[in-house]
Structure formats: structure tokens, C-alpha cells
Design a binder for this molecule. Structure first.
Ligand code: HEM
Length: 474
């Protein structure tokens, strides 16, 4: 990619004052189109981290045709802006389909409030039983870590999903896939710059306009079909306007579950399985800990504290891969007022990206960040070290738009991982010559940084595990 850097960034006028201030440092860019062609479309998070290194700044910017993208490469910068100044930084680009993308305002507040009221983190009585049931049924049927949509649909609508041939499941899978495609970084930037929508379809991201229409159709169907089936349980026939509006809010909020909660959990589990495959000594320690603590039974939520090494391995895979939506600018924030920070202007309407990947690789918190090493989270006597920053406090985002399903995602991740490791061991696939096949890890660059399919031997690891597996519902 042709890219040059400038020390001095373009400046802008603060609305209503006449004062000029520079934008945060940025690549030099091109006349008229600014940095549009400099935006890294592949490996975005790494590309933005490199801008930060080259420009020697944790806050960098790019602009094109009046639109400004701000990238925050450090936790402190993200906390300063997205958390401490959240009144200004809590909007989104404004897609209309799901509340994750709604601009700041009453429609977003109603949906978020409903979500949070129903799934209070302190109240585990709704989430834990659903997670347990899902793990039992879908692991028993051999459908884990896939089919996570079944869990999020059950959670949202309160009815069970069949592991095989369920129409809700099939449609949800297709919609989640399309949502991930449309939220690729390129598509987002194109959306921010309407003129670029007229680019030929062969340019990266240019086909997003057509996809947006398809997504609009699918998202409506996705919201309606399971909702209509579930709604009769909650509402008597009532056609007044208030009830209709309330139904719409519930419908949108429920649909958000499997849009936002599916690929994220699957991604976290797959990344962890990959880490186990590539680090057999860590896998062996996880197995040894489970054997010592569980003594031949399946794990449950209460076991988490007794399994610090397993927990550290989950924290480390979350840090190591940094897979989450804001790692890639799938769900950037947007500021609703001009702001001045570090003597830079952040103009109203900027797309503000928290580069979680860069944050979770920072060497101050995590020395030798390239290395997968769960021990970094442990004290010398093997407990979780409260002095090391927990990557989950970063992975779910910042401020008012931080993930409201964090406790659900984390619970599911922990129980699925513990259950899988109780039953299985993972081995490298062998080629015809009997040697392990060389598989470099590659990632989908959609909304969620998820591994592309990889080959991995899944073997039941002992006669005790075989007996447990045979007892699971399928
Ligand atoms: C390991 C699993 C998960 C991860 C890593 C994750 C991560 C994130 C991140 C980084 C954001 C954006 C935060 C920001 O803008 O600063 C987000 C937003 C969101 N997540 Fe999650 N998430 C996970 C699971 C879930 C689950 C299970 C649900 C629902 C059941 C969920 C629902 C949402 C919603 C509704 C939003 C949008 C919030 C808003 O815009 O107000 N997430 N998530």
C-alpha cells in the first residue's frame, strides 16, 4: 500500500469559535480523497497499530471528504474519551437495523434499558440455567462450538431450539453471516463516505450497498419470525399504539441477541481451541487441573475459582488474539459534539475506533505480548493475579456503548471451554507423511476477528471422559 506519513496533521475550526486546531497525527493522504485509500482493509487492527508506531502517538486520525476517523491505540486514551467523556462519545454510525448500531438517542436508550433490566449481571438465575442446558444438549449432539445461535435465540425468546433442522437456526446462521460481511471495515468506511458508494463493484467494500438492502430484508425476517412465535406467550391481543410500539422495542432488543452474541462467543471459543492446539504444554496443564478439581464429573459455574489455570488460559487467548468487534471497527463510536483532547480537535461526527487488539498487546501490561502464556495472569502460588490487567475489562469495549452482554459472553465462554476440555484433547492433523500439517492461523476480517476454519483432531481423552460424554443428551 502506498502510504506516507506527515508530522503535522490537517487542522479544523472548532464550531462557533473560529479557533483552528490540528487533528490528531495522521498519514499524509491524497488530495480530495484524503486517506480513503490508506485505510487498511485487511488486518485493520495491526494496520492502525502501525500508524500509531510510525506517528509516535496513541491517538491517530485519518480523513476523507470531510469525514474523520480517530483511532485510539491505548487503554488510557479509550478511557479518557469513551468512558470519562461518554456523553459526547456514545453514538454510532447510524445503521438502522439493530440497536448495536443505533445512534445515541431515545430509540437506543429504550432498547438498551430493556436488555440491561432483563439480564442484570448480578442475577444469574436466567443465564446460568440456559447456558447449562445448551451445553448439555448441543455438546452431547456434537454441535459445539458451533450452533451458538441456538443459545442466543433460546435466551432471547424463551423457547428451545432443536440441534438439527430448526428453521430459526438456519435463518439466523445466514443473517449473522451477512451481518458480519456488511460490517467489514471497508464496508463501514464506504458507508461513512456516501460518494464512495458509486465506486465500481470490484473495489473492496463497494458491493456493500446491495448487501445493505439484502441485510435489511433478512434482518426484518430475523426479527419477526421467532418473535411472532414467542409473542403469543406474552401479549394478549392488543392493538393500541402503545402496545404496538412496546412490541417493536422488544422485537428489536431480542433480535439483537443473536446478532451481537453469536459470532463473538463462537470466535472466543475457536480462538481458545486454536491456542490449545498450538500450545500442547498449556493444554496438558489445563487437563491436569480439571482432573484434579473435578475428579471425573462435568464442570459447573461454581468451579471457576478452583480452576485458575483454565481461567488464565481463557484470559490469555482473549488477549493474544484480540478478536472482538471493536478490534476491527465493526462497531465504532461516534462523537456528537466537537471535542478538544491533548490539544487536538476531534470534530463532531468523527468515527472513533478503539483498537482493542493494540491495547491487548501493549508491552507495559503484557510483556512478550506475542507469546501465548497464561502464567502471566497467575501469582507464584497459582492464583489469578489481581495486579495484571484482565483482558476481559478491555475486550467488551468502553463507556455507555460497552457490551451489555459481557457477563453472558464470559459465562458461556467459561462453561463451554471447561466442558470441552473435560471431554476432549486436541491434536494436530497429520499429513500422509505422518508429520503434523503446517497450518498458519488466518482470520476472517469481518465484524468479529474469527479464525478461518482450521483442521484439528478432537479426541475423547479418557475412558472417564467417554462415560461422561455418553451420558450427555444428544
Ligand atoms: C465473548 C463474547 C462477547 C464479546 C467479546 C463482546 C464484545 C462486544 C464489544 C467490544 C462491543 C462494542 C463495545 C463498544 O462499542 O465499546 C459489544 C457490543 C454489544 N454486545 Fe457484545 N460481546 C460479546 C457477547 C455478547 C452477547 C452474548 C450479547 C447478547 C446476548 C452481546 C450484546 C451486545 C450488544 C447489544 C452490544 C451493543 C451495545 C450498544 O451499542 O449499546 N454481546 N460487544
Amino acid at each position: 500500500m502506498l502510504l506516507s506519513y506527515s508530522a503535522a496533521s490537517p487542522s479544523r475550526t472548532i464550531s462557533g469559535t473560529g479557533h483552528q486546531l490540528p487533528l490528531p497525527p495522521s498519514p499524509k493522504g491524497w488530495p480530495i480523497i484524503g486517506n480513503a485509500l490508506d485505510m487498511p482493509l485487511e488486518k485493520m487492527a495491526q494496520g492502525y497499530a502501525k500508524w500509531g508506531r510510525d506517528l509516535n502517538s496513541d491517538i491517530v486520525s485519518a480523513s476523507a471528504m470531510g469525514k474523520v476517523v480517530i483511532v485510539l491505540n491505548s487503554i488510557d486514551k479509550a478511557l479518557d474519551l469513551l468512558d470519562k467523556r461518554s456523553t459526547k462519545y456514545s453514538s454510532r454510525l447510524g445503521f438502522d437495523y439493530f440497536f448495536v448500531m443505533l445512534p445515541y438517542g431515545d430509540r437506543w436508550k429504550e432498547r438498551r434499558r430493556m436488555f440491561v433490566q432483563h439480564f442484570r449481571p448480578a442475577d444469574t438465575s436466567i443465564v446460568y440455567p440456559q447456558v447449562r442446558e445448551f451445553v448439555q444438549r448441543f455438546l452431547g449432539a456434537g454441535y459445539l462450538p458451533g450452533k451458538m445461535e441456538a443459545f442466543t435465540i433460546s435466551l432471547a425468546y424463551g423457547f428451545s431450539i432443536k440441534p438439527r433442522g430448526d428453521p430459526h437456526l438456519e435463518f439466523a446462521e445466514a443473517t449473522v453471516k451477512m451481518l458480519a460481511e456488511i460490517l467489514t471495515p471497508g464496508a463501514n468506511f464506504i458507508d461513512a463516505l456516501p460518494i464512495l458508494k458509486h465506486l465500481p463493484a470490484w473495489l473492496p467494500g463497494a458491493s456493500s450497498n446491495r448487501k445493505a438492502k439484502e441485510l435489511s430484508y433478512m434482518s426484518e425476517k430475523c426479527r419477526s419470525a421467532p418473535f411472532d412465535e414467542a409473542v403469543s406467550k406474552f401479549f394478549r391481543r392488543n392493538n393500541d399504539e402503545a402496545a404496538a410500539y412496546q412490541k417493536q422495542v422488544i422485537k428489536d432488543t431480542a433480535a439483537m441477541f443473536y446478532m451481537a452474541g453469536t459470532d463473538t462467543i463462537v470466535g472466543s471459543i475457536l480462538n481458545w481451541v486454536w491456542a490449545m492446539l498450538k500450545n500442547p504444554e498449556v493444554q496438558a496443564r489445563v487437563h491436569a487441573e480439571l482432573d484434579e478439581v473435578l475428579k471425573g464429573r462435568m464442570p459447573d459455574f461454581e468451579d471457576q475459582e478452583k480452576l485458575p489455570y483454565l481461567m488464565a488460559s481463557l484470559m490469555e487467548s482473549t488477549r493474544w488474539v484480540g478478536f472482538t468487534p471493536s478490534t476491527l471497527p465493526g462497531v465504532p463510536h461516534m462523537n456528537t459534539e466537537d471535542d478538544v483532547y491533548d490539544d487536538y480537535l476531534i470534530p463532531k461526527g468523527s468515527i472513533v475506533i478503539a483498537n482493542l487488539w493494540a491495547m491487548l498487546r501493549n508491552e507495559e501490561d503484557y510483556a512478550n505480548g506475542e507469546t501465548y502464556d497464561p502464567s502471566r495472569f497467575l501469582t507464584p502460588d497459582g492464583k489469578i493475579d489481581p495486579g495484571v490487567r484482565d483482558p476481559f475489562t478491555v475486550a467488551f469495549g468502553f463507556g455507555r456503548r460497552a457490551c451489555p452482554g459481557a457477563h453472558i459472553g464470559r459465562s458461556m465462554f467459561c462453561l463451554v471451554a471447561a466442558s470441552l476440555a473435560t471431554l476432549f484433547k486436541w491434536t494436530e492433523p497429520l499429513g500422509e507423511d505422518g508429520k503434523p500439517i503446517d497450518q498458519p492461523m488466518d482470520y476472517e476480517t469481518g465484524m468479529v476477528y474469527q479464525p478461518k476454519p482450521f483442521r484439528c483432531g478432537f479426541k475423547v481423552r479418557s475412558p472417564e471422559a467417554q462415560a461422561l460424554f455418553a451420558n450427555m443428551e444428544g
